[in-house]
Write a protein that binds this ligand. Structure first.
Ligand code: SF4
Ligand code: SF4
Length: 372
């Protein structure tokens, strides 16, 4: 069932496999958080406690760590892939070696999965019909480390290439800052040459943390971004439109809309990753605002069952409805109670600085994906 709105089933699961990371991105909730003093991971045994029956899509990402650093990442992915559930991972790509990434690419390869006699997600319904690893690379050799502090672009490039060579489908997601905006086209061309499946750009939403990071001396300006992009629908706009003021609207629970639930690296189940992150770091005073009335039960998958936990959350529907209507929970207001311009433009096409579109071939790549 979908926990806060209707009685439909949960189809999407977001899992935080670990709170370990090799980077220190200035806008990340993990950076300088006391929550990561002790490193924690989920295990394959924890994953086996999930009720996979109705799941169509699993995202391995989270708030406090990079999933590839989970010691059992390979085994866990193999287990999910065997179930034919669409698997999507997000990583900075800077850890482990070429051999790991080549083997990981093989594990994700459709051809290999078919040869193993396993189901591929395109045999299931819906739009979630392929396994993919998205590499979060926000620059080239001279710029990526400005945000992805501590990572090495050459190693990331080598790892991504090994994954692609092994047969895996790779995406490239680029967080735009003033310091990297001029390299977007170059990066997209590199993505095409390397065999990435798609390339997308994204803006940051971390306004609060942005102010703090700039004060601390990080050069992360997103003001005065002058490049223009065209989105997948063909609308052209300036990237600086992304940073316009947000407009307050009634809270509409994205977690429920997406029929999604979240599991933290400690095994706690939350309606969404925003609650998971805020609860762990106790942002917005969320523990006081949610506990005891909203999480007054054992929400841990290690000690309670998946079905019990979802039933418990569902029993809070009416209370949550009132909370949403009255904008009682600050994290919900922030995440789901504001109208924003879209944070991701997929498969972009850049206009030239004089406003003229680039050639048709590039437009084709932009509108239909890099591989077509
Ligand atoms: S790579 Fe991801 S988890 Fe690691 S510090 Fe950066 S944003 Fe946070
Ligand atoms: S932040 Fe609140 S409203 Fe948004 S998905 Fe999470 S629980 Fe739902």
């Amino acid at each position: 069932m979908s926990i806060f709105y209707d009685d439909d089933v949960i189809k999407k699961l977001h899992i935080e496999l670990t709170n370990a990371c090799n980077s220190k991105c200035p806008l990340c909730v993990r950076t300088n958080s006391p929550a990561v003093e002790k490193i924690k991971h989920l295990t394959l045994d924890d994953i086996k406690k999930i009720n996979f029956e109705n799941l169509h899509h699993i995202l391995l990402c989270g708030n406090f760590g990079d999933p590839i650093l989970c010691p059992e990442i390979y085994e866990i992915c193999d287990y999910i892939i065997q179930k034919g559930i669409c698997l999507h991972i997000k990583t900075n790509g800077g850890m482990r070696d070429k051999k790991f990434w080549y083997d990981f690419g093989k594990l994700f390869s459709k051809k290999n999965i078919k040869e193993r006699g396993l189901p591929y997600p395109d045999e299931r319904v819906g739009k979630w019909n392929y396994h993919k690893v998205t590499f979060d690379i926000d620059g080239l050799e001279d710029t990526n480390h400005i945000y992805r502090i501590g990572t090495d672009f050459k190693k990331i490039k080598e790892n991504a290439q090994s994954f692609i060579d092994g047969g895996g489908l790779a995406g490239w997601e680029w967080l735009v800052f003033k310091h990297n905006q001029h390299q977007i086209m170059e990066a997209r061309d590199l993505a095409i040459r390397m065999g990435f499946y798609n390339f997308s750009i994204k803006k940051t939403r971390s306004r609060g943390r942005m102010k703090k990071a700039i004060k601390e001396g990080h050069d992360l300006n997103i003001k005065n971004i002058t490049e223009k992009v065209i989105d997948i629908r063909g609308n052209m706009y300036n990237l600086d439109r992304w940073i316009r003021d947000d407009e307050e609207i009634p809270v509409k629970c994205k977690g429920s809309d997406r029929k999604q639930i979240f599991i933290s690296c400690e095994g706690d189940m939350f309606p969404c990753c925003w609650w998971g992150g805020a609860y762990t770091n106790d942002e917005f005073n969320i523990k006081k605002s949610m506990v005891p009335s909203l999480i007054n039960f054992d929400n841990n998958i290690r000690t309670n069952t998946w079905d019990n936990i979802i039933k418990k959350y569902s029993s809070k529907k009416d209370e949550m409805k009132t909370n949403f209507e009255n904008r009682c929970i600050e994290e919900c207001n922030e995440a789901c109670g504001k109208k924003r311009t879209s944070s991701v433009t997929s498969l972009i096409h850049l206009y030239k600085r004089d406003g003229k579109p680039r050639n048709k071939q590039r437009r084709k790549f932009a509108l239909y994906g890099l591989t077509q």
